[in-house]
Design a protein. Sequence first.
Length: 433
Amino acid sequence: MTAIPGPKSQELLARKEAAVPPGIGTTLPVFITRAGGGVVQDADGNSLIDFGSGIAVTSVGNAAPKVVERVQKQVADFTHTCFMVTPYESYVQVCEKLNELTPGDHEKRTFLVNSGAEAVENAVKIARHATGRQAVVVFDHGYHGRTLLTMTLTAKNMPYKHKFGPFAPEVYRVPLAYPFRWPSGPENCAEEAAEQAIDMITKQIGAENVAAVVIEPIAGEGGFIEPAKGFLPRVAEFCRANGIVFVADEVQTGFARTGTLFACEDEGVVPDIITTAKGIAGGLPLAAVTGRAEIMDQVHAGGLGGTYGGNPLACEAALGVLETIEEEDLVARARRIGDIMLPRLRSLQERFDIIGDVRGRGAMIAIELVEPGTKEPNPAAVQAVVKRCHAEGLLVLTAGTYGNVLRFLPPLVMPEHLLEEGLGILEKAIAEL
Ligand SMILES: *Cc1c(COP(=O)(O)O)cnc(C)c1O
């Protein structure tokens, strides 16, 4: 309807700049008034195809009917009691569901918090308590949040860590099996990376000092890096053999996004603790820590919690999300999205050597742009393609340690004609570049 951003959005942007610090960035400065069905609509009446889902959050769609219905009823009944003061059933229902649905048929416990970072922090607290050890091992390209501990666990300096130190102690980083950039090639990647990681743990830290290994089954902010097959099972096995708590950070990959309910299932990896958030509650703030009962039950009464954790509105939203995933078979929908996107992007890669790598699973797909004929990261090309897509009404996000990855996270309910239209815009933007 207008240029992007239009006049109303520009006016609002000026107010934002006067009222909000620049540390809070903006990917695409259009102000949203309505969203749903894979489309966001802005204050100037423009409709944009949504390939971001608010960073993998609105997987069931924006304002999904089951979420809206449950939240509307709940908001009229009661809005908060604090679960630690006087509990309510929906919190327990969410925990029961997660205990049942997460990988592994062992006895589990779950508790609820407000954000992904808070979930990861709690996983580390519990692992330390349960093992009596302190060290935490994380990986190259990892992202775990923006609090003091979780930004320490995060790999990338700019923008997440720069000038925010000193960082939390006893955090150690080891190599990740990144097939596209593994020096000796993708064939040897899993084995060599696992060997290096385990060697660093045993020789530099001491396995007996390690409380937890924390890993994303597919690195999200790091650029949708799917570790070479065999890497995750090898690391999990090492943890089991050495009494280390294996924590899968599924904050971005969870809830059907990758074509399985949780990404760990792809290689049959069963984590000791799994952290979830983003896709859990259709946009209401909720996160969860789910783990083996014998680990979770170690912490003394009152040692965990928070005022808002498992807020009743967010719990109702989560129950609506889980119903929607099941009833609409969104696991299969995610796979179908991957089946549509991956071949289209691979044929684009054959035409344009600026596309170095096409990767991902289900509806968590990315392309890595390079200087043609090399593996040199090309963040400028990513910025140019993003700008063009935004101008043409396709909302896309970037990622990657080198800022050279375009990532696609469409809502799992997106109609196929919109998916096709979005891909068409993307193809045109790359062809023009
Ligand atoms: C987004 C994310 C986090 C942090 O979640 P917040 O809700 O933003 O605190 C942690 N881990 C992973 C893998 C994420 O993608």
